[in-house]
Design a binder for this molecule. Structure first.
Ligand code: GCU
Length: 438
């Protein structure tokens, strides 16, 4: 499984990776956080966080309270989804009419016969030279009933994401030349540990986010969003999709395929992603209720961390011209430096996943992503879980590292920095076993 560590000023290119997959591997000692990123100071002192008032998930736009699940589901939730669509991630199109699945590998024994491997191409456009998702899928061999499954979105091609020589060698984007190169020449971000999931009776599927769109500003012209430009349209409108919405959309397209796979229980598909892909799964889970559960690793600012809490990365850092404005709706930039003026914050994003289980995994020295800000968002969103008859965090006390709270709304902080470490995987499996029961 990937161990991703980096400092505040890094981008995808600079993510340093360890390939260690054993329990003995230790996270690197924390680096002091960068005080200024993209010319914008970052605060790391609790005393300077400031005071703020969060937008209330349980109040409608007209000021009336949300007192029951029906009002949440039929009024408040749709209004909030629209808000995040227009102001943060950008509106994405629906399922493409021309989409087609080709099961390239129908079922081959893998991992000493413990799993059955499938490889599927999801053509996203009528013209097959357009973007396509290469989905790699493992199912527990000999399962008597359709299996639950964890769908992960990955930073590298499938052949780099698992240790399995049977996986077709993929291609990855080279950010320097802006071209696709063989995955063998590209970077791997560590390996996903598939076997323990399979042994727990849970399937695993994954794809490379670059299959949908490359992760750099110019990626727009090379990925799926360009295919949706109207004739004569040169630039996206302020409320149109950024690349995080595009990657989330790709997860929904993978789900479209999984719904057709008779060996998968499509009602029990959880999703997982790390960092910007943690933000991606937060939005995919908030938006597409077919996903039964979400595990967001270090999603931070723009994900589960509160923007109004001035700690670590801020909207201004995220949307600075030299950083990641392409990942969000252009509208999001308006709130850079003014998070209090945004009609939304992360507590609402967390609430949008309710009543479905959500695990926020953070790291105690991942200061840039503000692990406490994620906890506080979940504390507030707990009220929505409660309203819907589920367990929120049930505490307002930030737990120390390695003290998981595994309720329907779950929080876990490893001792270490940004990303996922091997011991997180055990927590994930515990969480999934708990929540993906038939
Ligand atoms: C940067 C960015 C974060 C993001 C991270 C990543 O550090 O500022 O918001 O989560 O990259 O995706 O690795």
């Amino acid at each position: 499984m990937p161990i991703v560590r980096h400092t505040a000023s890094c981008c995808a290119l600079l993510i340093a990776v360890s390939f260690a997959t054993t329990a003995s591997s230790q996270p690197a000692p924390p680096k002091p956080p960068d005080a200024v990123v993209a010319g914008i100071p970052a605060n790391y002192e609790e005393s300077k966080v400031g005071t703020y008032t969060l937008p209330d998930p349980l109040t409608l736009a007209d000021g009336k309270p949300v007192r029951d699940a029906t009002t949440w589901m039929t009024k408040r939730r749709p209004a909030l989804v629209k808000l995040f669509e227009e102001e943060q991630f950008g509106r994405a199109p629906g399922r493409p009419a021309a989409m087609r699945f080709e099961v390239v590998e129908k079922g081959t024994a893998a991992f000493d016969g413990r799993a059955t491997r499938r490889q599927v191409t999801i053509f996203l456009t009528a013209d097959h030279s357009g973007p396509k998702i290469h989905l790699l899928e493992y199912l527990p061999a000999g399962a008597k009933t359709p299996a639950p499954l964890l769908l992960g979105i990955n930073f590298s091609a499938n052949s780099n994401a698992v240790t399995d020589p049977g996986v077709a060698v993929g291609e990855v984007w080279d950010a320097k030349t802006k071209t696709l190169i063989p995955a063998t020449q590209g970077r791997s971000f560590g390996k996903m540990s598939v076997e323990p999931l399979i042994d727990a009776g849970i399937g695993f599927a994954t794809f490379y986010y670059g299959d949908v769109e490359p992760d750099f500003a110019e990626g727009y012209a090379l990925g799926i969003r360009e295919k949706y430009l109207k004739p004569g349209q040169a630039e996206r409108a302020p409320d149109e999709w950024g690349s995080i919405a595009a990657w989330s959309w790709g997860m929904s397209r993978a789900m479209d395929y999984l719904e057709t796979d008779k060996d998968v229980d499509a009602k029990r598909v959880a999703i997982h992603g790390v960092s910007r892909l943690g933000k991606t799964v937060m939005w995919a889970g908030a938006h597409d209720t077919r996903f039964a559960a979400v595990i967001a690793s270090c999603s931070g600012e723009g994900g589960a961390a509160l923007s109004r809490r001035n700690y670590g990365e801020t909207i201004a850092h995220l949307t600075a011209p030299t950083r990641f404005p392409y990942q969000f709706a252009l509208n999001y930039g308006k709130f850079g430096g003014y998070p209090d003026t945004a009609p939304m914050d992360a507590n609402l994003l967390v609430a949008l996943i309710a009543p479905r289980p959500l695990l926020l995994q953070t790291g105690d020295t991942d200061f840039w992503s503000d692990p406490k800000g994620e906890f506080l968002a979940a504390v507030d969103a707990s009220r929505v879980y409660k309203l819907l008859g589920k367990d929120g965090l049930d505490t307002t006390e930030w737990p120390a590292a390695k003290q998981p709270i595994l309720h329907d709304l779950a929080y876990y902080m490893h001792d270490g920095g940004h990303g996922m470490v091997p011991s997180d995987w055990d927590i994930y499996i515990q969480f999934l076993k708990q929540h993906l029961k038939p």
